[in-house]
Design a protein. Structure first.
Lengths: 343, 343, 343
């Protein structure tokens, strides 16, 4: 943590101060908890009412508004907030263990410079690790795995044999990368395991959440594209290709052989069936069940997932089904009367 | 395991024997599998028909009923059953490893008395562990973590840096506490990681299931309230506050910045969107998708979640949609006729 | 990897060559990526158009079709494909570590011949492990566990005390077998933990996916039947019995005390409530919520789950609810007119 003036922070993010530019700011906090010397931000309209009376020293906003705090006006307040949190607090400092004598590193593995290999980490045969990597306790890097530079594998993360990890990749605790795909040939009622000879490729700047399970491909690789971020407890099936810069929120499940474009956003607990194609810039609402191809730019919701505007209205009407059914019966009854009168 | 008479058990739970109070009981079992010398219980009405012919020595029930077994009448049979299982079988006995020479304990960590730190467990810098804690193999306690007394961290449980764990907390295998929240600022199509400077607080008597993923807060802490029990594979988002004495069944997902009151019960695979407020004593049915604030005492079901009484009927009518649609068309056709007759 | 002629492969699977039986095949690949010297297969009709122009040396199909590749005609192409992948590529070769000096094996544990116990694996007191087992780094086998022959426990897999594992069982990374069931007796607002004295039994040839959580039984055992395959991140509740040869796809959740027959298939993210009975040969579509007993041979979909044929049509009509409601209102309006004319 270090202290900056509000003016220095504004300069850092290309913003503008409305209020006291000389104010000392030592840390960031939330709108309702921040006090003097702290900076906070407004990006969700829901919290506008809190801005006026916040006890914060300063608030990052997109426009001038009434507040007892000074304002830091920035075009993209959330992005400015991110830059300021990095400046004031920084990212996690990793323990400097070097290559621990309690780690197990195969004699045929190659380690780049400045790696910290923690106690009880395992690096398998012929694995190649780039420079400045953090391999926490219990992390497992299997035989023939390649890991780029500046990667972080948190405790008990598992990378199976032969997978390829890019640069600046983060794998949170207990995530599994490259376990066998769920592939069995059923013959006369018995399920026979199919060797899964593909691998997993995590491209540069990917982050994988805690407890995720990313299957290796049966024949073709499973790929998570550059800059995509995967939340906790997400399951990705064998051979699926997630494009670059996607966001998959916790507990999403994507079956095998799916192709997904770039900049897609999948809400929590979304499920996607296998062998379909999701376009670019697709948004899928939380809990949706996706069973068909999705065109570029679509926003879909529901199970089965349909256009979000339609879905919002349609699904909210399920509540009225009993009333609708009653009305139909009433109409039929009255029609019977009228109808019989007609004949 | 130890043996007690049925009379002693009744006294232990403040109940009453109908039948043979001198009967020796050595263990507990289920209604359909229990035999002589065993005690079982009835708490789910579904199983009433099994009581009459059970081979059990004794059955715990709320009232007298016809049975070949002796009865132990207790006001709350399930609670009495719990007390008796604890008395006869006890909780798990933990291996007495002391501080294993195969564990890695930082020289700056502080351990209370009577802890068992198993092989391949890691205790980070400046961590403080209370007395009588069990830290199983592969468990990771990060730098600056505080753990209270009488806690159990099962194999491969991970507690990230700076988290605070109360007394008598249980973390089952491979659960992750305090990994980075899913927080990214997207700028010009690139997702930038926001340092997550909050922590996770698990209050006293919390239990966290296997494979759970409890994110640390971005700025404010994520909190699991006193006595709350979280099932397996549950995901909790950054900054969410779960109140005391809640029950979250396996595979529940709660997004970030949610506030939940006390004594809430969430069924399996429930999803809760971010930034909403769930009241006290709320019950949410399995698989529900909760998108709005929920008042105290509500019982809700469905996606989107609505009042359970309404929902039960409404969702069961989805099956009749084809019939309803056909009837509407039929009505329209007949109305056309009638209508044209009118003109 | 080894090379075979197409004729040899056909003989191996009991199939027939249409084309060049002398062609050398060195590996398997997908329809769109395979090249000369590679074999691929067609089992999903969706990919029929790719067969004609595939660059593969050979394609396994069920019948003759137009293709620039040679064909290997087999009755069950997917099964033939499996046999050929096993022949050409084989299953994973495990590192031959023997009993690593970096593993922790209790002096009272018994190990069969030819086991590889990797660094940082733990074998607890009185555990009995069969021959030719692979116990990867960080795997934990608790006290009194029994493991059969030819089992594979991948990194950080956890088997709690007393569980029983059959022969040829595979547990993928970070899966938990036998953690405490979610069992609490709530008394005066406080949840009291019930000792879970049952265990988990994994019968022969079971495979458990990464990150799964299989609870031990409260009194009675949790059982996964012979030859059943469980995908990643699946949660199974205490005392549930999954029959033989079932397939549970990733992220399925089955609550406690469920009885499931043989050869059931559960799609991704299916949820099953507790205390119900699922018959034999039942198919449950992805994301379904099952709340009632299911008869043998049923195929069900939706939440609540209903017959798949009904469901497919019914759930697809949710989209038309706004239109239906509007039409009902219109009919009522017109009926009012007509009706008033009648009076």
């Amino acid at each position: 943590m270090q202290t900056k003036t509000l003016g220095e922070l504004a300069k850092h993010v290309g913003g503008e101060v409305v209020g006291d530019a000389a104010m000392q700011i030592h840390s960031a906090s939330t709108l309702d908890k921040a006090g003097p010397g702290q900076i906070t931000f407004l990006s969700n309209k829901k919290y506008v009412p809190l801005v006026k009376d916040t006890q914060a020293g300063a608030v990052i906003t997109a426009e001038k508004m009434d507040s007892r705090a000074s304002l830091l006006i920035a075009e993209d307040p959330y992005y400015a907030f991110m830059q300021i949190v990095v400046l004031l607090h920084g990212h996690r400092q990793h323990p400097q263990t070097g290559v621990s004598s309690h780690a197990f590193v195969s004699s045929t593995a190659k380690l780049g410079s400045d790696c910290n290999i923690h106690p009880f980490a395992t690096i398998g045969e012929n694995a190649v690790i780039g420079k400045n990597c953090q391999v926490y306790p219990g992390a497992f890097i299997g035989p023939n795995v390649t890991v780029g530079d500046d990667c972080i594998l948190y405790p008990n993360a598992v990378i199976y044999d032969g997978c390829v990890i890019g640069n600046r990749v983060i794998v949170q605790s207990s995530a599994s990368i490259g376990q066998d795909g769920f592939g069995f040939a059923t013959h006369q009622g018995v399920h026979h395991k199919i060797p899964q000879i593909g691998k997993v490729v995590l491209e540069d700047d990917v982050e994988i959440g805690s407890g995720c399970a990313i299957e290796r491909g049966t024949l073709d690789d499973t790929v998570i594209g550059k800059g995509s971020k995967i939340g906790d407890l997400v399951a990705i099936g064998h051979g699926t290709k997630i494009g670059p810069y996607c966001l998959l929120v916790p507990q999403v499940g994507v079956a095998g052989s799916v192709t997904m474009g770039h900049h897609c956003v999948l809400g929590g607990q979304v499920g996607v069936v296998g062998h379909i194609k999701i376009g670019n810039l697709v948004k899928i609402g939380a809990k949706a069940g996706v069973v068909n191809d999705v065109p570029d730019g679509a926003t879909i919701v529901g199970t089965p997932a349909i256009d979000a505007n339609k879905a919002k209205r349609a699904y909210s009407l399920i509540e009225y089904l009993p009333e609708m059914r009653k009305k139909i019966k009433e109409l039929e009854r009255r029609m019977e009367k009228t109808g019989s009168a007609d004949e």
